[in-house]
Write a protein that binds this ligand. Sequence first.
Ligand code: PLP
Length: 376
Amino acid sequence: MPNVSSRYEGLGVGFAPYLQPPGPEVVRWTVGEPGFKTPPEIINAAIKELNDGNTKYTRGAGSMELCQSVADYLFEKHGIETEAENVVITPGAKQALLYSFMITTMPGDEAILLAPSWASYEPMLEFIGAVPVHVPVRKDNFHPDINAIRSAVTDKTTMILLNSPNNPTGAVFTPEEISEIVEIAVENDLWIVSDEIYARLNWTDYPHVSPATCPGGKERTLIINGWSKSWAMTGMRLGFLTGPENAMKAAIKSQANSASHVPTFMMEAARVALSCDNYVEKFNAEYLKRRNIIKQGLSEIPGLRIGDLEGAFYAFVDITGTGMTDIEFADGALKAGVQLIPASLITGGEGFVRISYAADEEVIFEGLKRIKKWLA
Ligand SMILES: Cc1ncc(COP(=O)(O)O)c(C=O)c1O
């Protein structure tokens, strides 16, 4: 049997070992996926498109109608100015991230990540030969350490990767922090890749701000977003990428030479989703309720320390007070019937576990009961 290319040697698989479906008796606090059903208007739009025969090749970047709706949506919700011609609809935000890493780095170039960061970033960068440089976030609130970012820039740095609201920490970076990071990027002529997939899940009293809206940000920011989280469409694999014209020309080439485009019949469904704000708001009200339950419940358990749970649907819990490592904690919790993720699987996550409160309310209550009993 021939050897697989060395590109895959040592390449991580993120949280995968702890995301395996456990037995039915275990409650899952692991999966970053809404438990809600996809809104019926979206499903019906996809079915209609299928019945109308929209099953053939189409425009690679996505239908013009959908790209225009994305541009309108971004302006309306986040004040981001972009044009339909500079939007590419991708098979999930993940694919958009891969394109944006290819666009902003060459092999050997350094990309600054704020550690801990989402488990797929590092292997994805390594896959294409870029060098991830992990800059730890502040320990007290998981917000960026601006001086540390500035100090991490070298003459090999080409990109800073941001993700706010953040997976796994739940932090929402302040408008001032975002603007200071843009300043660093401007000073050093760097790209910013801004993963804004959780943009609608912000529980703070300040807005989600995209670096693209800060002075000097528009011409150097690639924005990644998608339908998975806020519209409960994870399995439909729909994301998008937008940014300056030169980068988007490269994104179109990336897509043309790999995925071609997302399924033709899903374009209209994705467009309909953008007008389903009532569902987004309804889901958000539920998440907020769940966040408050998990925040209250975890703060009552001795040995656990949690922050403010500012956004997304993750609690990043310091478990060092229990005397266990995060692996011991996750393994013990699993035996007690709760699946969660030990964060030492990612750089900078030692001593923490990640809990997803996208799970249903009963699952959250049941998990809290089991963890309390186990630790008692
Ligand atoms: C931070 C972050 N970015 C991107 C993604 C990928 O989203 P998609 O399902 O659109 O590929 C996820 C999914 O968990 C995520 O947490």
